[in-house]
Write a protein that binds this ligand. Sequence first.
Ligand SMILES: NC(=O)c1ccc[n+]([C@@H]2O[C@H](COP(=O)([O-])OP(=O)(O)OC[C@H]3O[C@@H](n4cnc5c(N)ncnc54)[C@H](OP(=O)(O)O)[C@@H]3O)[C@@H](O)[C@H]2O)c1
Length: 265
Amino acid sequence: MTTALVTGATAGIGAAFAHRLARDRHDLVLVARDRDALRRRAAELHDRHGVEVDVLRADLATDDGIAAVEERLADHARPVGLLVNNAGFGLRGRYLKAPVADELRMLKVHCEAVLRLTSAAAVPMQERGRGGVVNVASVAAFLPRGTYGASKAWVVQFTEGAARDLAGSGVRLMALCPGFVRTEFHGRAGMRTDSIPGWMWLDADRVVDAALRDLGRGRTVSIPDLRYRALMGAARLVPRSALGGISSRAGRKYGPKRGGTPDGA
Ligand SMILES: NC(=O)c1ccc[n+]([C@@H]2O[C@H](COP(=O)([O-])OP(=O)(O)OC[C@H]3O[C@@H](n4cnc5c(N)ncnc54)[C@H](OP(=O)(O)O)[C@@H]3O)[C@@H](O)[C@H]2O)c1
């Protein structure tokens, strides 16, 4: 089995990818910032599934962090057959509420890191004539939703374009666009989620199962779950101005807990 490298592998969707890939007998390289969480996750996956699990502590909001992962992906002696660019985060507050420095950090993690890591992985994959890259975007890519939505729209556009350019090379690229998934994402950003109806929540393991199925089918964009495919289909028919109003409200309530004043959205 090949080695898979997963960024943001200590929690949420990344942890679900790591579990599923270990179960499928892939060796793993897990990337995140929290070294202890990485070690715990690696030990658990090795003990449970008997696969080799390396950890790589890297902050993908920094040049050094991105460079360390690029170096690992370019290592011909230890080829990576599947890259999952999953690390990411949300920001508390609407436009002008979040500091520009935080928005830039988001672009670094969601866009620059994804571009550089995809490229570092795709070159040796192309030479070997096989490989896969999953870039985790969001349904927010299709909605007017601040820097977060814009960064995820970039991920989708970039991935579709690169997939087209590499068609026939044996390297598959796919953008994964989930809706709301129960993970640490919203809590970390200090977002309140009580206004999001239960039916809108997805399970991370199911999202990952759908993603790997779609990658196997050669899809370049994957929207897990029929409900979200229907919603995104309907969104194409709604005027953009109305869509902006709905989208800017959904899931954007902020609790008073983690600093700042709630903007109540
Ligand atoms: N949850 C949702 O509703 C949802 C919906 C659509 C798309 N997504 C996307 O799915 C991806 C994963 O989100 P999630 O919900 O699983 O979030 P999560 O539970 O908060 O996990 C985020 C993971 O990313 C890592 N990470 C964050 N910043 C990083 C950095 N600068 N460098 C390296 N690693 C970093 C975290 O580990 P450390 O803190 O240790 O670094 C953690 O392992 C993101 O790209 C997100 O935009 C999420």
